[in-house]
Design a protein around this ligand. Structure first.
Ligand SMILES: [Fe+2]
Ligand SMILES: [Fe+2]
Length: 270
């Protein structure tokens, strides 16, 4: 999983024209309706497609801020802060999945969805292991000290996004984490897009290895995730939580990227 990376890709996928307030109201109404869950009888879309549809409806703000980020005139200067935000999210991926796996195991005897989730998380933990270390390596290429990065107070915006997942895992159901991953891994960026974004910057490619690596691996993680969502015996409450979790991640990611852009703009003024 590469937190926040997908922003640029969604921007491409979801190039949404500016919308009126009326359209925004209608969109909110649709999202509200969809987040309440969909009747289980023969949906026209698979559950994974339905989830991606909900995410797309919620994405215009995130797409706008993603565009603003990649178009920043001082992208090279603010890029380490972006990587730091990614790192702050990525360092939580494995611990979050470990808790979700354990919670799923607690529920598994009487919950067939949880039983499948436990196996999925156990496997995916191995696939996501040390990705935060990769990002630290990249930040070191840019001249940052590993120990100083680790000593930094984690950003509240990321804590809010990750914290909500812990809450749902602990107090509702670990299916929530699939909603999070459907956002973070569901729309992986392409290598060519990264090339294009970085072409007019002074950012060395050695500092972007984690992003390029995820351009290779996250399409596979996305496909695994979609297959899992489509074979789980989901009940309406699972579908509802999947949607709420995904929409929450979209919302919180917007706030995270807005914080990076705001910092960049403050740097330009100073
Ligand atoms: Fe991944
Ligand atoms: Fe990852």
């Amino acid at each position: 999983m590469l937190s926040l990376l997908f922003v640029s890709c969604l921007e491409v996928l979801l190039a949404v024209a500016p919308v009126s307030r009326c359209c925004n109201r209608r969109r909110r109404h649709i999202i509200s309706f969809l987040s309440k869950g969909i009747p289980m009888a023969k949906p026209a879309l698979s559950q994974s497609q339905l989830l991606q549809f909900k995410i797309r409806l919620a994405t215009p703000r995130l797409s706008r801020i993603g565009r603003a980020f990649w178009d920043l005139p001082n992208l090279s200067e603010i890029f380490p802060e972006y990587l730091y935000m990614l790192f702050s999210s990525m360092r939580a991926t494995v611990p979050l999945m470990e808790r979700a796996r354990d919670r799923a195991r607690e529920l598994a005897d009487s919950d067939p969805v949880a039983a499948e989730l436990a196996d999925y998380f156990a496997k995916h933990i191995g696939e996501e292991m040390h990705h935060d270390e990769w990002m630290l390596d990249d930040l070191e290429v840019l001249g940052f000290d590993r120990r100083e990065i680790l000593a930094r107070l984690p950003p509240a915006e990321v804590a809010a996004m990750i914290g909500a997942q812990y809450y749902w895992i602990e107090h509702s159901h670990p299916i929530s984490l699939l909603g999070c991953f459907a956002v973070l891994e569901g729309n992986p960026i392409a290598t060519e897009e990264l090339d294009r974004f970085l072409a007019h910057t002074t950012i060395p490619k050695e500092a972007v290895r984690t992003l390029y690596k995820h351009a290779e691996i996250d399409p596979h993680h996305r496909d695994d995730l979609n297959r899992l969502i489509d074979r789980l015996p989901l009940e309406p409450h699972h579908v509802e939580l999947l949607g709420i979790s995904a929409l929450d991640v979209v919302h919180k990611l917007s706030i995270v990227i807005e914080a990076v852009v705001a910092k960049s703009q403050a740097q330009q003024v100073a």
